[in-house]
Design a protein around this ligand. Structure first.
Ligand code: GNR
Ligand code: NI
Length: 168
């Protein structure tokens, strides 16, 4: 297995719209395992392929306390079940150290392919629904900071750019 490098805001590569996956093969399964390892190591509750500069429609997540339920979603498609919004203070491995309230539909149905390339449909609510929507946003080139004010977003961008300069 391998740890992958996570892109950070405002890296323009995070704005790439990911392409659908046409076949589930051994190379893809290895990528899923590396993404899970990277997510657990970070640590995070989800990771989208976009964040590791792979622009395919793939994400992993584990929203359990015990961190014993790795899940992967290939070509995920979301349908909103309950449009009622819930608010949650979100963070992102690509926006390290910042948390902001985001409102999202509380309950969703997600259709995707499993590791065998077979279609699965799951209903998610709570943290699972929040995280899955956050990850699908990544696949569409969108970040949680896009939901906050331009002023706050600009401040976060400045602080992260400074931190990134000091690291190089
Ligand atoms: O680890 C993560 N925590 C988190 C908390 C609230 C809402 C969304 C998330 S996802 C984030 C990992 C990440 O950046 N995934 O893209
Ligand atoms: Ni994120």
């Amino acid at each position: 297995m391998a740890l992958l490098e996570i892109l950070e805001f405002p890296d323009p590569r995070l704005r790439t719209v990911a392409k659908p996956i046409d076949k589930v093969d051994a190379i893809l399964l290895k990528l899923i395992d590396d993404m899970l390892e990277t997510m657990y190591a970070a640590p995070g509750i989800g990771l989208a392929a976009t964040q590791i500069n792979v622009h395919k429609r793939l994400l992993v997540m584990d929203v359990t306390e015990e961190k014993n339920t790795p899940m992967s979603f290939i070509n995920p498609e979301i349908e909103i079940i309950d449009a009622e919004l819930g608010e949650f203070s979100e963070g992102c491995l690509s926006v390290p150290g910042f948390f902001e309230i985001v409102n999202r539909p509380r309950s969703i149905r997600v259709k995707s392919l499993d590791r065998n390339g077979k279609e699965k449909i799951q209903e998610l609510e709570g943290l699972g629904a929040i995280c899955l929507q956050h990850e699908v946003d990544h696949l569409n080139g969108k970040l949680f900071v896009d939901y906050i004010s331009p002023l706050k977003r600009g401040l976060i961008r400045k602080k992260l750019q400074k931190a990134q300069r000091q690291r190089t």
